[in-house]
Ligand binder design. Structure first.
Ligand code: NDP
Length: 329
């Protein structure tokens, strides 16, 4: 069995690799090739941390088998100088069931989530979209800037973040490591004005985006609210868009951004929320009008982690990377 650190994950699995793996597994998911329950999320009375258990089985020619992500979201880690998502991905040999690897989950989560947004943006945004607004300046904001910069020619990048000092750090990082100049904005509305691609990556509980903030023709990746207690977009904002999801089953259970506009009857109760995999499979047309607002509601899926895990193990075996341990007989 291999042990693979976050640093090794970044060496083995590029944003381009992640894009291909995630596009493929989203097709497999919507095509019936993935067995995946809605994740189990536990809290405790100790602090605001959440523990998620995310198992699945992925079928296919390559990168198939059982796997599991066990991950904690620890909001207090930011003050400790640690990443807020910590945990491990475990993937098993498809024939023998032997554990193949334990992989740092933080690095994979950051790459696969941004790759999923890139796949959705490629499928749903206007071909000439290049005015990017980012809400947030944390791990996901960084991976999303890299992913968006890879798939579109960015004419302008604006960022809003609650803590201006973190936004400044983000700007310095973007300039030195992504070679992108970022404008810092005083409000979410100012960041979104006229933008044609938006990525929201906030850990906020209350919405900060309303319908009037979203320009005609814009594509929004709503990433930050991945548990029912959180929303980044208010109900009118969601209802103003054509909404696409990663998993319909999860969206109906885990996303208040979906269930609240339904409960408030801003979206009809029998509305069909297409999965991005259905668009990729050609079963749904995606955007049909240049002025249509499209929204990809990202919750994140075990299949994205597990398919990434198998791809990383393949690369590690090919290149001889990782620490080999022999605890299983
Ligand atoms: P980080 O801790 O690195 O960044 C958190 C960001 O959210 C910071 O910009 C922070 O601002 C901001 N923020 C936190 N609380 C609030 C608040 N109450 N109001 C406004 N802004 C706030 O986390 P990540 O980048 O790793 O994750 C960001 C979000 O994305 C989380 O909510 C996480 O659960 C979610 N996520 C979703 C995934 C998916 O698949 N959809 C996968 C992984 C994460 P500040 O600098 O001011 O603290």
């Amino acid at each position: 069995m291999l042990l693979l650190s976050g640093k090794q994950v970044l060496e083995l699995y590029s944003p381009a690799d992640a894009y291909q793996v995630i596009a493929d597994v989203m097709r497999r998911y919507s095509g019936g090739g993935v067995v995946q329950p809605v994740r189990t999320v536990l809290s405790s009375d100790r602090d605001a941390s959440l523990f998620a258990s995310m198992p699945c089985h992925v079928s296919g020619e390559v990168d198939s088998g059982f796997g599991l992500k066990a991950v904690l979201h620890v909001p207090g880690n930011a003050e400790r100088g640690l990443v807020s998502h910590v945990g491990a991905i475990l993937v098993f040999h498809p024939d023998t069931g032997q554990p193949l690897a334990v992989i740092d989950a933080a690095a994979v989560t950051s790459l696969r989530t941004a790759a999923a947004s890139a796949v959705a943006t490629d499928a749903l945004a206007r071909a000439d979209a290049g005015d990017l607004a980012l809400l947030g300046a944390g791990v996901q904001a960084r991976s999303h800037l890299v992913a968006m910069n890879r798939i579109r020619t960015l004419r302008r990048v604006r960022v809003w973040n609650r803590t201006p000092a973190h936004a400044e750090q983000f700007r310095a990082w973007a300039r030195s490591l992504v070679e992108v100049d970022v404008e810092l904005m005083p409000t979410p509305a100012a960041a979104l004005r006229g933008a044609d691609v938006v990525c929201t990556t906030l850990g906020s509980s209350d919405p900060v985006v309303s319908a009037a903030d979203i320009a005609p023709g814009c594509h929004v990746n709503a990433v930050g609210a991945s548990v029912p207690s959180k929303r980044e977009l208010d109900s009118e904002a969601v209802a103003s868009c054509s909404v696409f999801v990663d998993s319909r089953e999860a969206a109906m259970r885990e996303s208040s951004e979906i269930t609240m506009p339904l409960a408030e009857r801003l979206i009809p109760g029998d509305w069909y929320f297409p999965e991005i995999g259905e668009v990729l499979l050609g079963r749904h047309p995606g955007r049909t009008d240049r002025d249509e607002r499209t929204l990809y509601k990202s919750l994140g899926m075990a299949a994205q982690d597990v398919a990434s895990g198998f791809a990383i193990v393949r690369a590690a075996q090919r290149l001889g990377v990782g620490t080999v341990t022999d605890i299983f007989s």
